[in-house]
Design a binder for this molecule. Structure first.
Ligand SMILES: NC(=O)c1ccc[n+]([C@@H]2O[C@H](COP(=O)([O-])OP(=O)(O)OC[C@H]3O[C@@H](n4cnc5c(N)ncnc54)[C@H](OP(=O)(O)O)[C@@H]3O)[C@@H](O)[C@H]2O)c1
Length: 256
């Protein structure tokens, strides 16, 4: 039986596939009203057909004006949001030789600015109400610069920094901020990877970890623990040691 959850009205971006989709289905089946956003309307419609209480609100998170309209529509339809999960993301693997400025800009536009576009509206509304919970999906790839993540890692580092910046101020206003830092999760995003992904998790496992952490109002939800421990140690290494560690252990080794 699905356990009930402490939230009434939830908005999830990046909800058409992967982690966002699984979160939306789980939370809706637990009785919450869940607004789902992403660009692929058909995939969102499919989610609405699989669980009760799902509101489909297609959105490109890089479009600030469209985000404002989406937010207004969601609150008009499912009421004041008590949980927002800003989860839309893109992964463009690239290193120095394959560096592409357009892909870099797209990563920042979706992974970072896509969060900021919604945040302005969500924070304003929650501050006025004196309550709410905002979660942003970053990645363990945001802890330090990583080989072949020249677009992704900087965009995810920016999200962690944003969450750290806002959390203490918002706490005083009754609002919880959470940053979600997954390691490898088996989703359409990682299907493109042609290198081994240690400690790969299922979307169901990731969703459970996220919901547990949100219930506990944790600042950081990070998983799987093995990957988190490894990269947190890497985070405090001095540069010469870190560069050796990264090129020896963190450089993707192609499967073929
Ligand atoms: N899978 C992992 O190993 C892993 C690890 C660390 C962090 N993460 C993060 O977890 C989050 C979810 O990723 P996932 O693994 O579940 O990958 P996914 O299945 O590829 O999901 C990405 C979601 O983002 C949406 N999206 C992409 N660009 C968008 C845009 N411009 N506007 C609105 N929505 C957009 C996609 O929907 P549309 O294409 O329909 O717009 C999709 O719903 C991402 O932030 C990702 O960086 C994943």
């Amino acid at each position: 039986m699905t356990q009930s959850v402490p939230w009434t009205s939830i908005w999830i971006t990046g909800a058409s596939t992967g982690i966002g989709r699984e979160l939306a289905l789980t939370l809706a089946r637990a009785g919450a009203k869940v607004a789902v956003s992403a660009r692929s309307r058909e995939k969102l419609d499919e989610i609405a057909g699989l669980a009760p209480g799902v509101l489909v609100v297609p959105l490109d998170v890089t479009d600030q004006a469209a985000t404002a309209l989406a937010f207004a529509k969601i609150e008009a339809n499912i009421g004041p949001l008590d949980l927002v999960i800003l989860n839309a993301g893109v992964w463009h693997p690239m290193g120095a030789a394959s560096f592409d400025a357009q892909k870099s800009a797209n990563s920042m536009a979706v992974n970072y600015q896509g969060i900021a576009n919604a945040l302005e509206l969500v924070m304003r509304a929650m501050i006025a109400r004196g309550r709410g919970h905002i979660a942003m999906t970053s990645s363990v790839a945001g802890y330090r610069g990583l080989p072949q993540a020249a677009a992704y890692a900087p965009s995810k580092a920016a999200v962690i920094s944003l969450a750290e910046t806002l959390a203490p101020e918002l706490k005083k206003k009754g609002i919880t901020v959470t940053v979600i830092n997954p390691g490898f999760v088996d989703t359409p995003m990682t299907k493109v990877n042609d290198f081994p992904m240690p400690f790969l998790m299922t979307t169901a496992g990731a969703t459970q970890a996220i919901i547990d952490g949100l219930r506990r109002k944790k600042f950081e939800i990070a998983f799987p623990w093995q990957m988190v421990v490894l990269l947190k140690i890497a985070r405090v290494l001095p540069y010469p040691l870190y560069f050796w560690f990264a090129s020896t252990f963190l450089s993707p080794k192609r499967k073929n």
